[in-house]
Design a protein around this ligand. Structure first.
Ligand code: DON
Length: 307
């Protein structure tokens, strides 16, 4: 069976898992999304895209943007500086938990993919004002995905901004502890916008492919160093699915970064392949139920398991 046919089969096979999840409701705009959507895409070593299901539907990238912002923060500041502001360890807590910020002796976030760590990374992006910083993130995302169609979802952004008090609490807590030096509201304004960029599952597979190829575009042009790509992908493996990261790596066998919009981005560095799924019905940890089923099947059928 060729890859496109396999993806078609897996979409139909995993549709029944949709009913085990629900669309995110804590951001009102996400609650309006059709829970029945399901799509998947794979980008091979040469950059050829295979996709199936709702692969052309745009949705909010949400937490998956944290991988792109980490890459840009590394490019802007270098590895040494970035890791003065954040650790590299799994938190074992939900993505918006404040617990470890309080109990860690230095009050730094455990990793760049939980919300406090991601907000910290956004604060490290260079730019003269929030608009400039956001535009740099959007343009960088367009460049590494080789997708010029990406835009800000204004309604999602306004929805995130209206309901983002836990993120405000996390940032003000860090500021109060003296570990966050930027303006909180301005940084969060950029963070809410980066989460609200509209992508398709094909865009996510292309970003995954970029990281899997070690930071090189399909044209052969290098954008970030091999080491920077390794950091982004290694942390996806250990921290990408929050308190489900161990279970995901054991069960699926390759790195995955989820978002509450229903996307999961999976770079497979050993094969230089990018995989992505999209299904807005998510489980209580915030991960797409149909999407996880497809990833498990791909892992089994294509020998994608790294272990
Ligand atoms: O910070 C938030 O609450 C959202 N904008 C992003 C959260 C998210 O996607 C968590 N991932 N599963």
């Amino acid at each position: 069976m060729d890859l496109k046919n396999l993806l078609d089969v897996l979409i139909e096979k995993n549709r029944s898992l949709i009913s085990q999840g629900h669309v995110a409701t804590y951001i009102p705009e996400l609650a309006k999304v059709d829970p029945k959507l399901l799509g998947t895409a794979i980008v091979d070593k040469e950059g050829k895209v295979y996709s199936s299901g709702d692969s052309k539907v745009y949705f909010a990238i949400e937490s998956i943007s944290k991988t792109v912002v980490l890459a840009l923060a590394l490019l802007d500041n270098g590895e040494e500086e970035v890791f003065k502001h954040v650790h590299k360890e799994p938190s074992g807590d939900p993505f918006n938990s404040i617990k470890k910020l309080e109990t860690e002796e230095d009050h730094l976030p455990r990793n760049p993919y939980i919300n406090p760590g991601a907000i910290m990374m956004t604060s490290l992006i260079k730019g003269k004002d929030p608009d400039d910083k956001f535009n740099r993130i959007l343009n960088f995302m367009k460049r590494i995905s080789e997708d010029d169609t990406l835009t800000l979802g204004t309604e999602t952004y306004l929805s995130e901004k209206r309901t983002g008090d836990i993120n405000r609490a996390l940032a003000y807590y860090m500021k109060g502890q003296g570990v966050f030096s930027e303006n909180v509201e301005e940084t969060l304004d950029v963070y809410f916008r980066q989460c609200s960029i509209n992508v398709t599952v094909e865009t996510l597979a292309k970003i995954a492919g970029f990281f899997a190829r070690g930071g090189v575009l399909t044209t052969g042009e290098r954008v970030i160093s091999q080491r920077q790509a390794q950091i982004v992908t290694g942390l996806i493996a250990t921290c990408g699915m929050y308190d489900q990261s161990g279970e995901f790596l054991d069960n699926i066998g390759f790195p995955g970064k989820s978002g509450v919009g229903g996307g999961i981005l999976c770079p497979l560095p050993s094969k230089e392949i990018g995989v992505a799924v999209f299904g807005p019905a998510i489980d209580k940890e915030g991960n797409s139920t149909g999407g996880m089923g497809i990833l498990k099947d791909l892992s089994d059928k294509l020998n994608y398991d790294m272990f």
